[in-house]
Design a protein around this ligand. Structure first.
Ligand SMILES: CC(C)(COP(=O)(O)OP(=O)(O)OC[C@H]1O[C@@H](n2cnc3c(N)ncnc32)[C@H](O)[C@@H]1OP(=O)(O)O)[C@@H](O)C(=O)NCCC(=O)NCCS
Length: 181
């Protein structure tokens, strides 16, 4: 198992509560299912968690003061799709979400800025994100942070749900990109 650690940060919500953004641990996996809403991604998350041990994918979770997992972001540094993440210049951010009560309080922007700084420190210069075409709110947030649409993404992919059944997804998206430096 890798003993490599990576940075973490905290964020104070407008009501004063603190949220800690830290590297995910194996024990966080059930909490990332959000009381069953994302149970269908159980195998996928486990796979990503296993990949995170090699350092090619990084996972941060956002944890409130009660120890509840209220958000997550995944970052691919090196992928078999080198146009997304090539291990040196380009990285790819995905599976970014916060529980509804924690949205629109600046936490997402804080996490995005934190990830960008982390990448800059590691010498990366480009961050890619896919955003579903019907997700205007998220697209607007990314645009405010300097991301630009660079093309369409078909958004077809497959995963095995918690019962081992293959599920197909078709979620047309926009490819967005930001030059970090
Ligand atoms: C997208 C997301 C991570 C942004 O984090 P956040 O903490 O809500 O964002 P911030 O408070 O820092 O920034 C506010 C901006 O986020 C967007 N936003 C606000 N409320 C939102 C909501 N309920 N859902 C989605 N986006 C929202 C808006 O663009 C807003 O911009 P505005 O200030 O001009 O209205 C979060 O809203 C979320 O988890 N949404 C649902 C999942 C999702 O869409 N993930 C992105 C996949 S690419």
């Amino acid at each position: 198992m890798s003993t490599k650690t990576f940075a973490e940060t905290t964020y104070q919500l407008p009501d004063g509560d603190l949220v800690r953004i830290r590297p995910a641990q194996e024990a966080d996996l059930p909490g990332m299912e959000w009381d069953g809403e994302f149970a269908h991604f159980r195998r996928l998350y486990k796979q990503h968690y296993q990949n995170s041990r090699s350092g090619n994918t990084l996972i941060w979770v956002a944890e409130n003061e009660d120890g509840e997992i209220i958000g997550q972001v995944f970052l691919s540094l090196l992928s078999s799709q080198s146009e997304l993440a090539d291990g040196i210049h380009r990285a790819y951010l995905f599976s970014f979400r916060l529980k509804p009560d924690y949205r629109n309080h600046g936490l997402g922007s804080h996490i995005l800025g934190f990830v960008e700084n982390y990448l800059l420190q590691r010498g990366f210069d480009t961050l890619r994100i896919n955003v579903a075409r019907d997700n205007q709110l998220a697209r607007r947030m990314y645009e405010k942070h300097g991301y630009r649409v660079v093309g369409p993404e078909e958004g077809r992919w497959r995963y095995q749900d918690q019962f081992g059944q293959w599920q197909s997804v078709h979620e047309p998206a926009w490819r967005m990109m930001k030059k970090l430096k």
